[in-house]
Design a protein around this ligand. Structure first.
Ligand SMILES: [Zn+2]
Length: 64
């Protein structure tokens, strides 16, 4: 489910997030292979990451 390859203006933001260490706030697990799931709705972009260790959900939301 990673077929979204369009050039959205938030691609830069995603790259920035990808550079951020994905560290779970709940258990401290660092998901070095993981990435953010991106979802758009209207003028907002939601990023979501699920911790593979404890399934805690981390979210970021950005306005376009
Ligand atoms: Zn966790």
């Amino acid at each position: 489910m990673s077929a979204q390859r369009s050039r959205f203006p938030f691609d830069r933001l995603r790259e920035k997030l990808d550079d951020t260490e994905l560290r779970c706030r709940q258990c401290g697990y660092v998901d070095s292979d993981g990435g953010w799931r991106v979802r758009t709705s209207g003028d907002r972009v939601s990023y979501r990451h699920v911790c593979p260790s404890c399934n805690a959900i981390e979210t970021r939301e950005l306005r376009l």
